[in-house]
Design a protein around this ligand. Structure first.
Ligand code: GDP
Ligand code: MG
Length: 86
């Protein structure tokens, strides 16, 4: 890196429960992702998968020297909505 500030591009990955948001970010991120997974306990959800995102996913991809991409995955919990943003 030249010391010049990189331009930050931010993408929100949104979608329904078990769409693959967390899996997608884990797969393409160049850093170990920040995850907030918890055990699924709800009937109708725990049969689909045994973990759920309670806050958000976060990953990063360096595009080139001048651009970095940040990926944010939304949480699955309607009752824990982050100030109504997700
Ligand atoms: N067949 C298939 N399954 C996937 C793919 N990506 C994720 N999954 C599975 O689908 C489920 C999605 O889980 P997750 O990523 O936690 O979904 P989220 O709730 O949208 O974050 C998991 O059981 C994954 O193993 C994919 O590309 N193909
Ligand atoms: Mg998730």
């Amino acid at each position: 890196m030249s010391g010049k500030k990189q331009k930050q591009i931010k993408i929100v990955i949104a979608g329904p429960y078990a769409a693959g948001k967390t899996q997608f970010i884990n797969t393409i991120s160049e850093i170990e992702t920040v995850q907030t997974e918890a055990k699924t306990t709800r009937k109708g959800e725990k049969e689909v998968k045994n973990h759920t995102t309670v806050a958000m996913d976060f990953g990063r991809i360096t595009i080139d020297e001048e651009h970095v991409l940040y990926l944010f995955g939304t949480q699955d919990r309607k009752d824990l909505s982050l100030c109504g943003i997700f």
